[in-house]
Design a protein around this ligand. Structure first.
Ligand SMILES: Cc1cc2nc3c(=O)[nH]c(=O)nc-3n(C[C@H](O)[C@H](O)[C@H](O)COP(=O)(O)OP(=O)(O)OC[C@H]3O[C@@H](n4cnc5c(N)ncnc54)[C@H](O)[C@@H]3O)c2cc1C
Length: 509
């Protein structure tokens, strides 16, 4: 089951086990049970610290990771391979007594939570956002005796996932009620549980920054590092450190690195910024910006930060199609991330709206998992690169419909189909399907700036070659600007440019 390389890595990790581990198991005769049993037996065969016992669980197959005589509360329903393999290894190490790596304050907050809290998270093994959630909830279970967490492999428990209305992963339930969807960090889960209160007065009392960066994606991280390296007082406010990179699977065009994955690059970005004297204020959203003597950035939590210069690097997000049903069925069949949510639609019919590169890449990706993909493109022809078009047209389970204006996504509790208008004949058609992937590009995160700064008709902040905007001292970088191309390396370059522009402004004013 495990290939030779993974086996030897695992063996090394298992040598780090501090104490004995008991894996309690419940397997049936089905194929997934056989796979899970094989995995558990292989792991137990690699360390004499691991023993297997029979257990009882609501789902089969399930196995839990425990100390002898003491249940940890961590269980895996299905087979935690793919992206979840790391979650399994971490669970083994942490349950054995290796201290979890987390901020001391967060660990303290977990201990103060009122139990019992029983979490269940539906994941797919190809979802790169799921391990963060699984690992955070496992960590909470290790730290707090009244917290339990079961990772549920959605494709192994399809009917249950369907009954619970799970159409996007990760999807977390707490004590049987839907709790949170999408990528989360330990901190954001604790915030959602209401344990962290932001110290607004502490933020208000901060001394004015020389450069305040708004946004923690590639552009913001690069701007912060360049500014800090000039020895000036630098701060970063970011809603989600890493930005779009967190939602990216394979990255093959980050020069000097042949292949990396989004969450890995995002972690390196943060680590690199933390290497400098940068005040990182994450999980905070900017609400408005005003130029007085200094720039005043108001945050949604009510605090106001002051700075001599500001670099805006708030990036972009998926563009919504804006038809009836899109908002109502978000996470109930309307999805934006094929890597994350594709496996949920295994064996079902789906549509991809958008015939550009991202839409056609999504269709090719989904065609390998789902029963059938219908691509709907508004224009008379696809806009994707020729090589992608050739590939998509060669696939037997993909239909491409051009000149199609999607008019509605309909359903009951979840998506049942969509309607589109043939722009040539003006005839309306409907297609029955279970999922709709919207892939029509990105929109800049700049609405909150209103008229503070000059923006293009697409909402992009207009910058010059130094990253300056029309307001002296206000700079911008990355996907939120009118730069011709939106890529990681380009955002990093423009972040560096904006920080140098801000430094230049500071020494001249
Ligand atoms: C699925 C996908 C795959 C991609 N693949 C590649 C690839 O292979 N190679 C490549 O080069 N590029 C790729 N890209 C594009 C690349 O990710 C972006 O060009 C790049 O991330 C832009 O960086 P940025 O810093 O400008 O913005 P973002 O990455 O969007 O970061 C924006 C930051 O601003 C924060 N923010 C937003 N609003 C606020 C607010 N009001 N207050 C505080 N913070 C805020 C966000 O939380 C985030 O930290 C991909 C993009 C996607 C979506």
């Amino acid at each position: 089951m495990l290939d030779q390389e993974i086996k030897s890595q695992l063996k090394e990790y298992l040598q780090l086990l501090e104490n004995d581990i008991v894996l309690k198991v419940s397997f049936g005769a089905d194929d997934v049970s056989k796979e899970a049993e094989e995995l558990v037996n292989e792991i137990a065969g690699m360390s004499d610290k691991i023993t297997i016992e029979q257990g009882e669980f609501p789902r089969t197959p399930t196995f839990s990771v425990n100390r002898p005589g003491e249940d940890s509360g961590i269980a895996f329903a299905g087979v935690p391979l793919g992206h979840e393999f790391t979650s399994l290894v971490l669970a083994l190490l942490q349950v054995s007594g290796r201290p979890p790596k987390a901020d001391v304050k967060l660990l303290e907050q977990i201990k103060q939570l009122q139990g019992p809290l029983h979490f269940e998270s539906y994941v797919s093994l190809s979802c790169h956002n799921c391990p963060d959630v699984v690992q955070a909830l496992n960590l909470m279970s290790v730290v707090h005796p009244a917290i339990t967490h079961t990772m549920i492999e959605g494709s192994a428990f399809k009917e249950e996932a369907d009954d619970n209305g799970v159409m996007a992963v990760p999807s977390v339930f707490l004590n049987g009620e839907s709790f949170v969807n999408g990528r989360q960090t330990l901190k954001s889960i604790l915030e959602k549980l209401g344990t962290t209160t932001v110290d607004v007065s502490g933020l208000n009392d901060k001394e004015a920054f020389d450069v305040l960066v708004v946004g923690g994606g590639p552009a913001g991280a690069s701007a912060a590092i360049y500014a800090a390296r000039k020895g000036i007082r630098t701060g970063v406010v970011a809603e989600r450190f890493g930005g779009q990179v967190q939602d990216t699977m394979g990255i093959e065009n980050f020069i000097t690195t042949k292949y990396t994955e989004g969450p890995k690059l995002a972690a390196s970005l943060e680590e690199h910024v933390r290497d400098y004297e940068v005040d990182i204020m994450d999980l905070m959203r900017a609400k408005s910006l005003e130029k007085k003597d200094l720039f005043e950035l108001e945050l949604e939590n009510g605090a106001t930060l002051k700075s001599k210069t500001v670099v805006l690097s708030t990036g972009a997000r998926w563009r919504n199609i804006g038809v009836p049903g899109e908002a109502e069925f978000k996470n109930k069949g309307v999805a934006y991330c094929p890597h994350c949510d594709g496996p949920i639609f295994e064996g079902k019919d789906v549509a991809v709206i958008g015939g550009g590169n991202s839409g056609i890449e999504a269709a090719i990706d989904l065609a390998g998992i789902v029963k059938h993909v219908t691509v709907l493109e508004f224009l008379p022809e696809l806009k994707a690169d020729k090589v992608l078009q050739e590939r998509v047209y060669s696939l037997p389970n993909v239909t491409v419909i051009t000149n199609a204006r999607t008019s509605e996504i309909y359903g009951d509790q979840k998506v049942q189909g969509l309607r589109y208008v043939d722009r040539e004949t003006e005839e309306e058609h409907s297609i029955e399907l279970a999922g709709v992937f919207v892939q029509i590009g990105l929109v800049p995160n700049t609405e909150w700036l209103e008229d503070t700064v000059e923006r293009s008709k697409f909402g992009e902040i207009i910058v010059d070659k130094r990253g300056s905007t029309n307001i002296p001292g206000l700079f911008a970088a990355g996907d939120c600007t009118d730069s011709a191309y939106k890529q990681i390396i380009i955002s990093m370059g423009s972040g560096a440019t904006a920080a140098l522009g801000a430094f230049d402004h500071l020494i001249r004013n």
